[in-house]
Design a protein around this ligand. Structure first.
Ligand code: TEU
Ligand code: CA
Length: 556
Protein backbone atom coordinates (compact mmCIF):
# COMPACT_ATOMS: atom_id res chain seq x y z
CA UNK A 1 0.00 0.00 0.00
CA UNK A 2 1.58 3.26 -1.13
CA UNK A 3 1.61 6.27 1.17
CA UNK A 4 0.40 9.50 -0.43
CA UNK A 5 -0.85 12.97 0.49
CA UNK A 6 -4.42 12.29 -0.53
CA UNK A 7 -4.61 9.31 1.81
CA UNK A 8 -3.21 11.29 4.70
CA UNK A 9 -5.23 14.43 4.00
CA UNK A 10 -8.67 15.58 5.13
CA UNK A 11 -10.99 17.04 2.51
CA UNK A 12 -13.31 19.96 3.23
CA UNK A 13 -16.18 20.13 0.75
CA UNK A 14 -17.02 23.74 -0.01
CA UNK A 15 -20.31 24.65 -1.71
CA UNK A 16 -19.51 28.23 -2.70
CA UNK A 17 -23.05 29.43 -3.31
CA UNK A 18 -23.80 28.93 0.38
CA UNK A 19 -20.44 29.61 1.99
CA UNK A 20 -19.94 33.37 2.28
CA UNK A 21 -21.31 36.30 0.29
CA UNK A 22 -18.81 39.15 -0.06
CA UNK A 23 -20.86 41.70 -1.99
CA UNK A 24 -24.38 41.57 -0.62
CA UNK A 25 -26.14 40.02 -3.61
CA UNK A 26 -27.21 37.05 -1.48
CA UNK A 27 -24.99 34.56 -3.30
CA UNK A 28 -21.83 33.12 -1.84
CA UNK A 29 -18.78 33.84 -3.99
CA UNK A 30 -15.05 33.34 -4.40
CA UNK A 31 -14.08 36.51 -2.54
CA UNK A 32 -16.21 35.21 0.31
CA UNK A 33 -14.15 32.03 0.37
CA UNK A 34 -10.93 34.07 0.29
CA UNK A 35 -12.13 35.97 3.39
CA UNK A 36 -12.54 32.70 5.23
CA UNK A 37 -9.33 30.89 4.30
CA UNK A 38 -7.90 31.35 7.77
CA UNK A 39 -10.98 29.64 9.17
CA UNK A 40 -10.17 26.56 7.07
CA UNK A 41 -6.55 26.78 8.13
CA UNK A 42 -7.65 26.91 11.78
CA UNK A 43 -9.74 23.78 11.31
CA UNK A 44 -6.67 22.09 9.86
CA UNK A 45 -8.01 20.61 6.63
CA UNK A 46 -5.42 19.94 3.94
CA UNK A 47 -7.59 19.69 0.82
CA UNK A 48 -10.65 21.62 -0.37
CA UNK A 49 -13.10 20.18 -2.87
CA UNK A 50 -14.85 23.14 -4.43
CA UNK A 51 -18.26 22.44 -5.98
CA UNK A 52 -18.60 23.80 -9.55
CA UNK A 53 -17.62 27.44 -10.04
CA UNK A 54 -17.73 27.45 -13.83
CA UNK A 55 -19.97 29.57 -16.05
CA UNK A 56 -23.48 28.19 -15.71
CA UNK A 57 -27.13 29.22 -16.05
CA UNK A 58 -27.63 27.46 -12.70
CA UNK A 59 -30.53 25.24 -13.58
CA UNK A 60 -28.83 22.67 -11.31
CA UNK A 61 -26.67 25.10 -9.32
CA UNK A 62 -23.50 24.88 -11.36
CA UNK A 63 -23.81 21.24 -12.44
CA UNK A 64 -24.98 22.55 -15.82
CA UNK A 65 -21.83 24.10 -17.26
CA UNK A 66 -21.94 26.46 -20.23
CA UNK A 67 -18.21 27.24 -20.29
CA UNK A 68 -15.70 24.89 -18.68
CA UNK A 69 -12.88 27.42 -18.82
CA UNK A 70 -14.52 30.41 -17.20
CA UNK A 71 -15.76 31.37 -13.77
CA UNK A 72 -19.47 31.95 -13.13
CA UNK A 73 -20.16 35.69 -13.06
CA UNK A 74 -22.06 35.43 -9.76
CA UNK A 75 -19.01 33.85 -8.14
CA UNK A 76 -16.41 36.30 -9.43
CA UNK A 77 -13.67 36.37 -12.05
CA UNK A 78 -10.72 34.24 -13.09
CA UNK A 79 -8.51 36.73 -11.21
CA UNK A 80 -10.48 35.98 -8.04
CA UNK A 81 -10.05 32.28 -8.71
CA UNK A 82 -6.30 32.63 -9.19
CA UNK A 83 -6.08 34.52 -5.92
CA UNK A 84 -8.09 31.81 -4.18
CA UNK A 85 -5.80 29.09 -5.48
CA UNK A 86 -2.74 31.01 -4.37
CA UNK A 87 -4.29 31.75 -0.98
CA UNK A 88 -4.93 28.07 -0.44
CA UNK A 89 -1.50 26.99 -1.58
CA UNK A 90 0.11 29.57 0.69
CA UNK A 91 -1.70 27.96 3.60
CA UNK A 92 -0.72 24.43 2.60
CA UNK A 93 -4.21 23.59 1.36
CA UNK A 94 -4.71 21.80 -1.95
CA UNK A 95 -7.62 22.64 -4.24
CA UNK A 96 -9.72 19.98 -5.93
CA UNK A 97 -12.27 21.11 -8.51
CA UNK A 98 -15.49 19.48 -9.69
CA UNK A 99 -15.38 17.83 -13.12
CA UNK A 100 -18.87 17.61 -14.61
CA UNK A 101 -18.55 15.88 -17.96
CA UNK A 102 -21.36 13.36 -18.17
CA UNK A 103 -23.36 16.34 -19.42
CA UNK A 104 -22.99 20.04 -20.13
CA UNK A 105 -25.51 22.86 -20.06
CA UNK A 106 -27.83 23.19 -23.05
CA UNK A 107 -26.40 26.71 -23.24
CA UNK A 108 -22.88 25.43 -23.89
CA UNK A 109 -21.75 26.43 -27.37
CA UNK A 110 -21.29 22.76 -28.30
CA UNK A 111 -24.96 22.11 -27.67
CA UNK A 112 -26.14 25.32 -29.31
CA UNK A 113 -24.32 24.09 -32.44
CA UNK A 114 -25.39 20.47 -32.02
CA UNK A 115 -29.06 21.45 -32.10
CA UNK A 116 -28.78 23.37 -35.36
CA UNK A 117 -28.78 20.51 -37.85
CA UNK A 118 -28.09 16.81 -38.24
CA UNK A 119 -24.87 17.52 -40.13
CA UNK A 120 -23.51 20.17 -37.79
CA UNK A 121 -19.90 19.30 -36.77
CA UNK A 122 -21.02 19.25 -33.13
CA UNK A 123 -24.09 17.04 -33.71
CA UNK A 124 -22.37 13.94 -32.35
CA UNK A 125 -21.13 15.69 -29.23
CA UNK A 126 -24.50 14.74 -27.72
CA UNK A 127 -26.85 11.75 -27.86
CA UNK A 128 -29.69 12.21 -30.31
CA UNK A 129 -32.42 9.75 -31.21
CA UNK A 130 -35.52 9.44 -33.34
CA UNK A 131 -38.94 9.20 -31.71
CA UNK A 132 -41.05 6.05 -31.90
CA UNK A 133 -44.67 6.75 -32.84
CA UNK A 134 -44.60 10.12 -31.12
CA UNK A 135 -42.78 8.75 -28.07
CA UNK A 136 -39.15 9.24 -27.01
CA UNK A 137 -36.49 6.78 -28.28
CA UNK A 138 -36.72 4.71 -25.09
CA UNK A 139 -38.55 4.59 -21.76
CA UNK A 140 -35.84 6.02 -19.49
CA UNK A 141 -36.83 8.47 -16.77
CA UNK A 142 -34.62 11.36 -15.71
CA UNK A 143 -33.17 11.69 -12.18
CA UNK A 144 -35.02 15.00 -11.95
CA UNK A 145 -38.50 13.69 -12.98
CA UNK A 146 -40.08 13.20 -16.39
CA UNK A 147 -38.62 11.43 -19.40
CA UNK A 148 -34.84 11.40 -19.92
CA UNK A 149 -35.46 12.61 -23.48
CA UNK A 150 -36.35 16.07 -24.72
CA UNK A 151 -37.88 16.67 -28.11
CA UNK A 152 -36.27 19.32 -30.27
CA UNK A 153 -38.28 20.48 -33.23
CA UNK A 154 -35.41 21.97 -35.24
CA UNK A 155 -34.35 18.52 -36.40
CA UNK A 156 -37.38 16.52 -35.21
CA UNK A 157 -35.25 14.42 -32.87
CA UNK A 158 -34.86 13.89 -29.12
CA UNK A 159 -31.72 14.40 -27.06
CA UNK A 160 -30.82 12.39 -23.97
CA UNK A 161 -30.58 14.02 -20.54
CA UNK A 162 -30.21 11.69 -17.55
CA UNK A 163 -30.52 14.78 -15.34
CA UNK A 164 -32.49 17.95 -16.18
CA UNK A 165 -33.46 18.90 -19.71
CA UNK A 166 -30.92 21.69 -19.41
CA UNK A 167 -28.20 19.05 -18.89
CA UNK A 168 -27.87 17.14 -22.18
CA UNK A 169 -25.59 14.07 -21.91
CA UNK A 170 -22.29 14.30 -23.75
CA UNK A 171 -21.52 11.51 -26.18
CA UNK A 172 -18.36 9.83 -24.91
CA UNK A 173 -18.38 7.45 -27.88
CA UNK A 174 -17.16 10.47 -29.87
CA UNK A 175 -13.41 10.78 -29.49
CA UNK A 176 -13.56 14.52 -30.16
CA UNK A 177 -15.62 14.91 -26.99
CA UNK A 178 -13.06 12.96 -25.02
CA UNK A 179 -10.24 15.08 -26.39
CA UNK A 180 -12.10 18.29 -25.48
CA UNK A 181 -12.51 17.03 -21.92
CA UNK A 182 -8.85 16.03 -21.58
CA UNK A 183 -7.67 19.39 -22.91
CA UNK A 184 -9.94 21.19 -20.48
CA UNK A 185 -8.61 19.11 -17.58
CA UNK A 186 -5.06 20.03 -18.56
CA UNK A 187 -6.04 23.69 -18.65
CA UNK A 188 -6.95 23.54 -14.93
CA UNK A 189 -4.02 21.32 -13.94
CA UNK A 190 -1.62 23.69 -15.69
CA UNK A 191 -3.03 26.45 -13.50
CA UNK A 192 -2.00 24.42 -10.47
CA UNK A 193 -5.26 22.78 -9.47
CA UNK A 194 -4.63 19.63 -7.42
CA UNK A 195 -7.32 17.24 -8.55
CA UNK A 196 -10.88 16.57 -9.57
CA UNK A 197 -14.00 15.17 -7.98
CA UNK A 198 -15.69 13.59 -10.99
CA UNK A 199 -19.44 14.03 -11.14
CA UNK A 200 -21.37 10.80 -11.92
CA UNK A 201 -18.31 9.60 -13.77
CA UNK A 202 -19.56 6.01 -13.93
CA UNK A 203 -22.51 7.20 -16.09
CA UNK A 204 -20.48 8.24 -19.13
CA UNK A 205 -20.55 4.97 -21.09
CA UNK A 206 -24.01 3.94 -22.24
CA UNK A 207 -25.01 0.55 -23.64
CA UNK A 208 -25.17 0.88 -27.46
CA UNK A 209 -28.70 0.94 -28.80
CA UNK A 210 -29.92 2.44 -25.51
CA UNK A 211 -32.39 -0.35 -24.69
CA UNK A 212 -35.50 0.22 -22.55
CA UNK A 213 -34.97 -0.01 -18.80
CA UNK A 214 -36.80 -2.06 -16.19
CA UNK A 215 -39.97 -0.40 -14.87
CA UNK A 216 -40.06 -0.84 -11.09
CA UNK A 217 -43.48 -1.25 -9.45
CA UNK A 218 -45.11 2.17 -9.11
CA UNK A 219 -42.53 3.90 -11.36
CA UNK A 220 -43.61 6.19 -14.19
CA UNK A 221 -40.55 5.52 -16.36
CA UNK A 222 -37.93 2.87 -17.03
CA UNK A 223 -34.71 2.77 -14.99
CA UNK A 224 -31.67 3.86 -17.01
CA UNK A 225 -29.27 2.42 -14.44
CA UNK A 226 -28.72 -0.98 -15.98
CA UNK A 227 -27.81 0.58 -19.33
CA UNK A 228 -25.93 3.69 -18.20
CA UNK A 229 -24.07 2.90 -15.00
CA UNK A 230 -20.70 1.16 -15.26
CA UNK A 231 -21.28 0.79 -19.00
CA UNK A 232 -19.27 -1.30 -21.47
CA UNK A 233 -16.51 1.23 -22.23
CA UNK A 234 -16.23 2.94 -18.83
CA UNK A 235 -12.85 1.48 -17.89
CA UNK A 236 -11.44 2.10 -21.34
CA UNK A 237 -12.46 5.78 -21.10
CA UNK A 238 -11.03 6.22 -17.61
CA UNK A 239 -7.76 4.52 -18.51
CA UNK A 240 -7.48 6.74 -21.55
CA UNK A 241 -8.12 9.83 -19.40
CA UNK A 242 -5.51 8.63 -16.96
CA UNK A 243 -2.94 8.04 -19.68
CA UNK A 244 -3.62 11.31 -21.51
CA UNK A 245 -3.96 13.57 -18.48
CA UNK A 246 -3.88 12.29 -14.91
CA UNK A 247 -0.64 10.33 -15.12
CA UNK A 248 1.17 13.54 -16.07
CA UNK A 249 0.38 15.40 -12.85
CA UNK A 250 0.58 14.81 -9.09
CA UNK A 251 -3.15 15.15 -8.51
CA UNK A 252 -5.96 13.31 -6.76
CA UNK A 253 -9.18 12.01 -8.23
CA UNK A 254 -12.38 10.92 -6.57
CA UNK A 255 -15.19 9.59 -8.71
CA UNK A 256 -18.83 9.98 -7.75
CA UNK A 257 -20.12 6.46 -8.45
CA UNK A 258 -23.69 5.61 -7.49
CA UNK A 259 -24.52 1.91 -7.90
CA UNK A 260 -21.01 0.54 -7.37
CA UNK A 261 -20.22 -2.52 -5.24
CA UNK A 262 -16.82 -3.08 -3.59
CA UNK A 263 -15.87 -5.55 -6.33
CA UNK A 264 -16.63 -3.00 -9.01
CA UNK A 265 -14.89 -0.32 -6.95
CA UNK A 266 -11.65 -2.25 -7.14
CA UNK A 267 -11.79 -1.93 -10.91
CA UNK A 268 -12.09 1.85 -10.63
CA UNK A 269 -9.63 2.51 -7.83
CA UNK A 270 -7.39 -0.56 -7.65
CA UNK A 271 -3.78 0.61 -7.36
CA UNK A 272 -2.68 -0.97 -10.61
CA UNK A 273 -5.77 -0.03 -12.59
CA UNK A 274 -4.58 3.45 -13.63
CA UNK A 275 -8.07 4.93 -13.40
CA UNK A 276 -8.96 6.92 -10.26
CA UNK A 277 -7.71 7.17 -6.67
CA UNK A 278 -10.96 6.97 -4.72
CA UNK A 279 -14.67 6.94 -5.27
CA UNK A 280 -17.83 7.88 -3.45
CA UNK A 281 -19.98 4.81 -2.99
CA UNK A 282 -23.67 5.20 -2.14
CA UNK A 283 -24.69 2.01 -0.35
CA UNK A 284 -24.96 3.65 3.07
CA UNK A 285 -26.85 6.59 1.55
CA UNK A 286 -29.69 4.28 0.53
CA UNK A 287 -30.19 2.74 3.95
CA UNK A 288 -33.22 4.80 4.98
CA UNK A 289 -35.22 4.97 1.77
CA UNK A 290 -37.54 2.55 0.13
CA UNK A 291 -37.44 2.99 -3.64
CA UNK A 292 -37.82 6.70 -4.47
CA UNK A 293 -35.89 8.94 -2.09
CA UNK A 294 -39.04 10.54 -0.63
CA UNK A 295 -40.18 7.22 0.90
CA UNK A 296 -38.74 6.70 4.36
CA UNK A 297 -37.57 3.37 5.67
CA UNK A 298 -36.51 2.97 9.28
CA UNK A 299 -32.78 2.23 9.29
CA UNK A 300 -31.12 -0.22 11.65
CA UNK A 301 -27.61 -0.05 13.01
CA UNK A 302 -26.54 -3.62 12.12
CA UNK A 303 -27.37 -3.00 8.48
CA UNK A 304 -25.41 0.28 8.54
CA UNK A 305 -22.45 -1.43 10.19
CA UNK A 306 -22.52 -4.25 7.65
CA UNK A 307 -22.20 -1.76 4.79
CA UNK A 308 -19.48 0.34 6.42
CA UNK A 309 -17.48 -2.72 7.47
CA UNK A 310 -17.82 -4.38 4.10
CA UNK A 311 -16.20 -1.40 2.37
CA UNK A 312 -13.44 -1.25 4.99
CA UNK A 313 -12.60 -4.92 4.60
CA UNK A 314 -12.98 -5.18 0.83
CA UNK A 315 -10.67 -2.26 0.10
CA UNK A 316 -8.16 -3.25 2.80
CA UNK A 317 -5.38 -4.30 0.44
CA UNK A 318 -6.30 -2.62 -2.81
CA UNK A 319 -8.09 0.66 -3.43
CA UNK A 320 -8.95 3.42 -0.97
CA UNK A 321 -12.20 4.57 0.66
CA UNK A 322 -13.79 8.03 0.72
CA UNK A 323 -15.44 8.48 4.11
CA UNK A 324 -18.53 10.68 4.17
CA UNK A 325 -21.95 10.86 5.74
CA UNK A 326 -23.26 13.92 3.91
CA UNK A 327 -22.60 16.26 1.01
CA UNK A 328 -24.48 18.89 -1.04
CA UNK A 329 -26.96 16.22 -2.28
CA UNK A 330 -27.73 14.59 1.06
CA UNK A 331 -29.43 15.64 4.28
CA UNK A 332 -27.31 16.82 7.21
CA UNK A 333 -25.62 13.87 8.91
CA UNK A 334 -26.47 14.85 12.48
CA UNK A 335 -30.17 15.01 11.56
CA UNK A 336 -30.03 11.74 9.66
CA UNK A 337 -27.78 9.47 11.69
CA UNK A 338 -27.58 11.28 15.04
CA UNK A 339 -29.96 13.44 17.05
CA UNK A 340 -30.26 17.07 15.98
CA UNK A 341 -32.04 18.11 19.19
CA UNK A 342 -31.09 17.04 22.73
CA UNK A 343 -27.87 15.25 21.82
CA UNK A 344 -26.86 17.29 18.80
CA UNK A 345 -23.35 18.03 20.06
CA UNK A 346 -22.68 14.53 21.40
CA UNK A 347 -24.00 12.73 18.35
CA UNK A 348 -22.24 15.03 15.86
CA UNK A 349 -18.97 14.28 17.65
CA UNK A 350 -19.70 10.56 17.75
CA UNK A 351 -20.32 10.43 14.00
CA UNK A 352 -17.18 12.47 13.37
CA UNK A 353 -15.23 9.99 15.47
CA UNK A 354 -16.37 7.21 13.19
CA UNK A 355 -15.49 9.07 9.98
CA UNK A 356 -12.03 9.99 11.17
CA UNK A 357 -11.10 6.62 12.65
CA UNK A 358 -12.00 4.49 9.65
CA UNK A 359 -9.58 3.64 6.90
CA UNK A 360 -9.90 6.04 3.98
CA UNK A 361 -9.91 9.79 3.41
CA UNK A 362 -12.49 11.71 5.50
CA UNK A 363 -14.63 14.37 3.82
CA UNK A 364 -16.10 17.19 5.93
CA UNK A 365 -19.01 18.94 4.26
CA UNK A 366 -19.20 22.65 5.09
CA UNK A 367 -21.19 23.30 8.25
CA UNK A 368 -20.73 19.73 9.46
CA UNK A 369 -17.92 21.00 11.68
CA UNK A 370 -20.40 23.14 13.64
CA UNK A 371 -23.16 20.54 13.62
CA UNK A 372 -25.54 22.28 11.21
CA UNK A 373 -28.92 20.55 10.88
CA UNK A 374 -31.69 19.94 8.37
CA UNK A 375 -34.23 22.68 7.76
CA UNK A 376 -38.03 22.76 7.36
CA UNK A 377 -39.55 25.40 5.11
CA UNK A 378 -43.33 25.33 5.15
CA UNK A 379 -43.72 26.86 1.73
CA UNK A 380 -42.54 24.82 -1.24
CA UNK A 381 -41.50 28.08 -2.93
CA UNK A 382 -38.77 28.57 -0.35
CA UNK A 383 -36.99 25.57 -1.85
CA UNK A 384 -34.64 26.19 -4.79
CA UNK A 385 -33.45 22.70 -5.71
CA UNK A 386 -34.86 21.60 -9.05
CA UNK A 387 -35.02 18.00 -7.88
CA UNK A 388 -37.48 19.01 -5.13
CA UNK A 389 -39.46 21.40 -7.33
CA UNK A 390 -39.76 19.00 -10.29
CA UNK A 391 -40.75 16.11 -8.04
CA UNK A 392 -43.36 18.32 -6.36
CA UNK A 393 -44.92 19.04 -9.74
CA UNK A 394 -44.81 15.43 -10.86
CA UNK A 395 -45.88 13.77 -7.62
CA UNK A 396 -48.02 16.26 -5.68
CA UNK A 397 -49.60 18.23 -8.52
CA UNK A 398 -49.85 14.97 -10.45
CA UNK A 399 -51.90 13.47 -7.60
CA UNK A 400 -49.44 10.62 -6.98
CA UNK A 401 -48.35 11.64 -3.48
CA UNK A 402 -50.15 13.58 -0.75
CA UNK A 403 -48.58 16.97 -0.16
CA UNK A 404 -47.85 16.25 3.52
CA UNK A 405 -46.15 12.95 2.72
CA UNK A 406 -44.04 14.59 0.05
CA UNK A 407 -43.04 17.47 2.33
CA UNK A 408 -42.11 14.97 5.05
CA UNK A 409 -39.83 13.38 2.43
CA UNK A 410 -38.31 16.76 1.59
CA UNK A 411 -37.67 17.51 5.28
CA UNK A 412 -35.83 14.21 5.63
CA UNK A 413 -34.05 13.91 2.29
CA UNK A 414 -34.25 17.16 0.28
CA UNK A 415 -30.94 18.44 -1.05
CA UNK A 416 -31.60 21.98 0.20
CA UNK A 417 -31.10 20.66 3.75
CA UNK A 418 -27.40 20.72 2.97
CA UNK A 419 -27.43 23.94 0.98
CA UNK A 420 -28.73 26.50 3.47
CA UNK A 421 -26.09 29.16 3.99
CA UNK A 422 -23.29 28.74 6.49
CA UNK A 423 -24.18 30.25 9.82
CA UNK A 424 -21.23 32.47 10.70
CA UNK A 425 -22.70 34.36 13.67
CA UNK A 426 -26.00 35.39 15.21
CA UNK A 427 -26.47 38.60 13.21
CA UNK A 428 -29.19 38.77 10.58
CA UNK A 429 -28.98 35.93 8.03
CA UNK A 430 -26.38 34.27 10.20
CA UNK A 431 -23.75 36.69 8.88
CA UNK A 432 -23.78 34.95 5.50
CA UNK A 433 -24.94 38.00 3.56
CA UNK A 434 -25.99 41.61 4.07
CA UNK A 435 -28.59 41.12 1.32
CA UNK A 436 -31.32 38.56 0.78
CA UNK A 437 -29.88 35.03 0.75
CA UNK A 438 -30.59 32.98 -2.39
CA UNK A 439 -31.85 30.19 -0.08
CA UNK A 440 -33.16 31.02 3.38
CA UNK A 441 -30.83 30.60 6.33
CA UNK A 442 -31.78 27.90 8.84
CA UNK A 443 -33.58 29.77 11.66
CA UNK A 444 -31.44 27.99 14.23
CA UNK A 445 -28.46 30.24 13.35
CA UNK A 446 -28.97 32.09 16.60
CA UNK A 447 -27.68 29.06 18.50
CA UNK A 448 -25.68 27.15 15.87
CA UNK A 449 -23.01 29.34 14.31
CA UNK A 450 -19.27 29.55 13.78
CA UNK A 451 -18.79 32.41 16.22
CA UNK A 452 -20.30 30.41 19.10
CA UNK A 453 -18.29 27.37 18.07
CA UNK A 454 -15.01 29.27 18.11
CA UNK A 455 -15.74 30.70 21.56
CA UNK A 456 -16.48 27.33 23.15
CA UNK A 457 -13.53 25.01 23.72
CA UNK A 458 -15.94 22.04 23.96
CA UNK A 459 -17.57 22.77 20.61
CA UNK A 460 -17.99 20.37 17.72
CA UNK A 461 -15.53 22.57 15.80
CA UNK A 462 -12.69 21.97 18.25
CA UNK A 463 -13.48 18.27 18.34
CA UNK A 464 -13.02 18.14 14.55
CA UNK A 465 -9.87 20.16 14.87
CA UNK A 466 -8.53 17.64 17.37
CA UNK A 467 -9.46 14.64 15.20
CA UNK A 468 -7.79 16.26 12.21
CA UNK A 469 -4.62 17.02 14.09
CA UNK A 470 -4.47 13.55 15.67
CA UNK A 471 -4.62 12.07 12.20
CA UNK A 472 -1.58 14.08 11.16
CA UNK A 473 0.46 12.58 14.00
CA UNK A 474 -0.88 9.02 14.08
CA UNK A 475 -0.42 6.87 11.02
CA UNK A 476 -2.58 4.21 12.62
CA UNK A 477 -5.61 6.43 11.89
CA UNK A 478 -4.70 6.53 8.22
CA UNK A 479 -3.17 3.18 7.40
CA UNK A 480 -4.18 0.87 10.27
CA UNK A 481 -5.87 -2.42 9.47
CA UNK A 482 -9.57 -2.43 10.33
CA UNK A 483 -11.27 -5.25 12.28
CA UNK A 484 -14.83 -5.14 13.58
CA UNK A 485 -16.15 -6.63 16.85
CA UNK A 486 -19.68 -7.59 17.93
CA UNK A 487 -21.23 -7.07 14.56
CA UNK A 488 -24.69 -8.08 15.78
CA UNK A 489 -24.78 -5.52 18.59
CA UNK A 490 -27.85 -3.37 17.97
CA UNK A 491 -26.55 -0.24 19.64
CA UNK A 492 -22.78 -0.10 19.51
CA UNK A 493 -20.29 -0.03 16.63
CA UNK A 494 -16.92 -1.34 17.79
CA UNK A 495 -13.73 -1.87 15.81
CA UNK A 496 -9.99 -1.69 16.08
CA UNK A 497 -7.25 -0.28 13.89
CA UNK A 498 -3.72 -1.70 13.99
CA UNK A 499 -0.51 -0.33 12.55
CA UNK A 500 3.12 -1.04 13.41
CA UNK A 501 2.53 -2.13 17.00
CA UNK A 502 -0.07 0.51 17.78
CA UNK A 503 -3.75 -0.26 18.25
CA UNK A 504 -6.81 1.96 18.49
CA UNK A 505 -10.03 0.52 19.88
CA UNK A 506 -13.08 2.54 18.78
CA UNK A 507 -16.36 2.21 20.69
CA UNK A 508 -19.36 4.17 19.38
CA UNK A 509 -22.77 4.27 21.03
CA UNK A 510 -25.25 5.07 18.26
CA UNK A 511 -28.20 5.44 20.65
CA UNK A 512 -29.50 8.39 22.66
CA UNK A 513 -29.55 6.26 25.81
CA UNK A 514 -27.14 4.61 28.21
CA UNK A 515 -25.81 1.28 27.03
CA UNK A 516 -23.71 -1.28 28.90
CA UNK A 517 -20.92 -2.62 26.78
CA UNK A 518 -18.36 -5.38 27.42
CA UNK A 519 -15.17 -4.45 25.61
CA UNK A 520 -13.77 -7.19 23.36
CA UNK A 521 -11.99 -10.04 25.22
CA UNK A 522 -8.54 -9.25 23.86
CA UNK A 523 -8.59 -5.76 25.42
CA UNK A 524 -9.76 -6.78 28.88
CA UNK A 525 -7.28 -6.26 31.72
CA UNK A 526 -4.98 -4.36 29.37
CA UNK A 527 -3.65 -0.88 29.94
CA UNK A 528 -4.86 1.60 27.42
CA UNK A 529 -5.19 5.36 27.42
CA UNK A 530 -7.95 7.60 26.11
CA UNK A 531 -7.01 8.81 22.63
CA UNK A 532 -10.13 10.94 22.12
CA UNK A 533 -13.65 10.93 23.50
CA UNK A 534 -16.73 13.14 23.26
CA UNK A 535 -17.37 13.00 27.02
CA UNK A 536 -15.15 13.98 29.93
CA UNK A 537 -14.15 11.68 32.77
CA UNK A 538 -14.07 8.44 30.84
CA UNK A 539 -12.91 5.48 32.88
CA UNK A 540 -11.65 2.51 30.90
CA UNK A 541 -13.24 -0.64 32.30
CA UNK A 542 -13.93 -4.12 31.00
CA UNK A 543 -17.62 -3.37 31.22
CA UNK A 544 -18.35 0.19 30.16
CA UNK A 545 -21.50 2.17 30.89
CA UNK A 546 -21.70 4.21 27.72
CA UNK A 547 -23.56 7.51 27.89
CA UNK A 548 -25.92 8.66 25.08
CA UNK A 549 -23.97 8.81 21.79
CA UNK A 550 -20.72 8.33 23.65
CA UNK A 551 -17.63 7.78 21.50
CA UNK A 552 -14.45 6.43 23.05
CA UNK A 553 -11.19 5.73 21.30
CA UNK A 554 -8.60 3.92 23.38
CA UNK A 555 -4.97 3.59 22.39
CA UNK A 556 -3.00 0.47 23.31
O1 TEU B 1 -25.15 13.88 -8.31
C1 TEU B 1 -25.51 12.71 -8.93
C2 TEU B 1 -26.30 11.73 -8.19
O2 TEU B 1 -26.42 10.61 -8.63
C3 TEU B 1 -26.99 12.04 -6.96
O3 TEU B 1 -26.28 12.36 -5.87
C4 TEU B 1 -28.21 12.87 -7.22
O4 TEU B 1 -27.98 14.23 -7.33
C5 TEU B 1 -29.13 12.68 -6.09
O5 TEU B 1 -29.22 11.34 -5.84
C6 TEU B 1 -30.47 13.17 -6.44
O6 TEU B 1 -31.29 12.74 -5.42
C7 TEU B 1 -24.31 14.73 -8.98
C8 TEU B 1 -24.15 16.04 -8.23
O7 TEU B 1 -23.55 15.79 -7.00
C9 TEU B 1 -25.50 16.68 -8.12
O8 TEU B 1 -25.47 17.85 -7.35
C10 TEU B 1 -25.97 16.98 -9.53
O9 TEU B 1 -27.28 17.46 -9.48
C11 TEU B 1 -25.91 15.76 -10.42
O10 TEU B 1 -24.73 15.02 -10.30
C12 TEU B 1 -25.99 16.17 -11.86
O11 TEU B 1 -24.82 16.80 -12.24
CA1 CA C 1 -22.05 37.44 -3.83
Amino acid sequence: MNKTWWKEGIVYQLYPRSFKDSNGDGIGDIRGVIQKLDYLKELGVSIVWLNPVYESPNDDMGYDISDYRNIMGEFGTMEDFNELLEGMHNRGIKLVMDLVVNHSSDEHKWFVESKKSKDNPYRDYYIWGKGKDGNPPNNWGSVFSGSAWQYDETTDEYFLHLFSKKQPDLNWENEKVRKEVYDMMKFWFDKGVDGFRMDVINFISKVPGLPDGHVWPGALYGDFGEHSLNGPRIHEFLQEMNKEVLSKYDVMTVGECPGVSPDMAKEYVGENRNEMNMLFQFEHMGIDTDGPKWNYKHWKLPEFKTIMTKWQVELEDDGWNSLYLNNHDQPRMVSRFGDDKRYRVESAKMLATMLHTMKGTPYVFQGEEIGMTNVKFENINDYKDLEILNAYDELVKGGIMKEEDFMAGVYRMGRDNARTPIQWDNSENGGFTTGTPWLKVNPNYDEINVKNALEDKESIFYYYKKLISLRKDNEVMVYGKFTEFDKDNLKVYCYKREWEGETLLVILNFKGEEVSYQIPEEFKRRNGEIFISNYKDVEIKDEMELRPFEAIVIKY
